[in-house]
Design a protein around this ligand. Sequence first.
Ligand SMILES: NC(=O)c1ccc[n+]([C@@H]2O[C@H](COP(=O)([O-])OP(=O)(O)OC[C@H]3O[C@@H](n4cnc5c(N)ncnc54)[C@H](O)[C@@H]3O)[C@@H](O)[C@H]2O)c1
Ligand SMILES: [Zn+2]
Ligand SMILES: [Zn+2]
Length: 384
Amino acid sequence: MKTRAAVLHDVGQDWSVEEIELDPPKAGEVLVKTKAAGLCHSDEHLVTGDLAPPTAVMEEMGLPSMFPIIGGHEGSGVVLEVGEGVTHVQPGDHVSVSFIPSCGRCRWCSSGMQNLCDLGAQTMVPGMITDGTFRHHSADGKDLGTMAKLGTFAEHMVVSADSLIKVEPDLPFIPVALVSCGVATGFGSAVNRAGVKPGDTTVVVGCGGIGMNAVQGARVAGAKHIVAVDPDEFKREKAGEFGATHTAASLEEALGLVTDLTWGQMADNLVLSPGLVTGDMIQPAIQLIRKGGTAVVTGLSNVFAEDVKLSLFELAMQNKTLAGSIFGSGNPRAEVPHLLKMYQAGQLKLDELVTRTYTLDEINQGYEDMRTNKNIRGVIVFED
Ligand SMILES: NC(=O)c1ccc[n+]([C@@H]2O[C@H](COP(=O)([O-])OP(=O)(O)OC[C@H]3O[C@@H](n4cnc5c(N)ncnc54)[C@H](O)[C@@H]3O)[C@@H](O)[C@H]2O)c1
Ligand SMILES: [Zn+2]
Ligand SMILES: [Zn+2]
């Protein structure tokens, strides 16, 4: 069938909204009509080249290029057709996508670590999870990859059934899309990985679509002080609505503030979620946490970045933990319905995360608004 999608042809280009050819779902795959897609910063990392180097660089290294690629890994939709052997969803079901698939059988899935499913490793190589071939093709016949094996910036998607989570049909499509990346990642970074407890002092560095959910995760977990750090004034203002008790414009400013707030003990935990993590942010983050505290790195850095500024002495002698986190260190199939129940119960503010919605054709405007900090989360809404 023909459908429309936002394709990125190489690093540094605009998203190109074009008609594409989509093959029917094969065994283990599902055709989905997309309803909403969130504009997460991780897709912006494709544009900047932080997540995927340009085609020429990959070819030089003897590796397959990730381009051209259909963007988008946060989304919701309705199942239209299922391939052979698909049993957990059927046509008409409402679904959330999952940027980490879960096979249910690997060591990680079967021991409560679905966010580390072995199938997730395949999200960085082109082709379908099921058999490595392509269902998406450009009008001139080129195979198209899909971001995180999803490609939610398209009117229709063909994805592996392992990447879909069935949700209640009465839920609105925007919050169902938001929980599939930003909410689960931010909330889980604070609650699951940083382990925020009642009475804690928690610092969140970078309060966009991910960090704002770390702020509300800390609020729900009962933190006493929640310090939101962001250079942007609008984000600092909004952070207060999601539960921040204090704000700072930089890591340096936060150092003085947290020292005062805690009588020098420093924060119990910290989530690092700026648009791009660089190695020089690690030592200031470690300095902001107390003895025995935890600093969680959730934001992405350049895929080749290895240099970090870190006092190993302080790390060891103060018994501190520096932790990484993907998908908020939770199980997608448990977290997505759980977070949506919390939204229905009024515990999570999801509608409030959306500053503006866009059509697929307005995607470049949406990303420009992200770069200029006009949105907490921009969302593409698809027509019926
Ligand atoms: N680990 C995961 O599973 C996972 C999942 C999704 C996204 N991410 C990553 O999380 C990061 C945040 O994504 P997002 O969608 O919230 O981005 P966003 O663009 O919505 O928000 C980023 C925020 O960081 C702020 N910022 C920039 N520089 C800063 C600095 N030096 N100090 C403090 N704040 C700073 C910006 O003002 C902005 O408010 C990205 O790197 C993204 O790729 C990780
Ligand atoms: Zn994301
Ligand atoms: Zn698995």
